[in-house]
Design a protein around this ligand. Structure first.
Ligand SMILES: [Zn+2]
Length: 111
């Protein structure tokens, strides 16, 4: 099971990684981190979630060799973290879609 959740969620398990641009005590998967510009943009309302999504997808395309390598290396025991509260717009949802599309063999849960 791959779990995408909040950094302070209880009972984190498996191999735990940050996908956030901000500093976290867990190792970060650099190719998945958004830029400060889009994070601050969506938090301040300067850009919409739809614009964030388009910009994040552009980032994933630009970083595709690294992203593809990461997707291929997934073992199914990863926990992927961000600072956004559960239920709010977050790139966790975009990462989950990417995993579902490219690694349909892996079980996935957003918490
Ligand atoms: Zn987030």
């Amino acid at each position: 099971m791959i779990v995408l959740t909040h950094v302070n969620a209880p009972a984190l398990s498996g191999r735990i990684f940050s996908t956030a641009i901000g500093r976290m005590r867990y190792p970060r998967i650099d190719c998945l981190a958004p830029t400060w510009d889009i994070v601050q943009g969506v938090k301040s309302g300067r850009i919409t979630p739809e614009e964030y999504t388009a910009r994040y997808r552009e980032l994933m395309t630009a970083r595709w060799p690294a992203v593809k390598q990461w997707l291929n290396g997934l073992q199914g025991d990863e926990t992927l973290l961000c600072f956004c509260r559960p239920g709010t717009f977050c790139h966790r949802q975009l990462i989950a879609k990417m995993i579902a599309r490219h690694r349909p063999d892996l079980a996935l849960e957003i918490r």
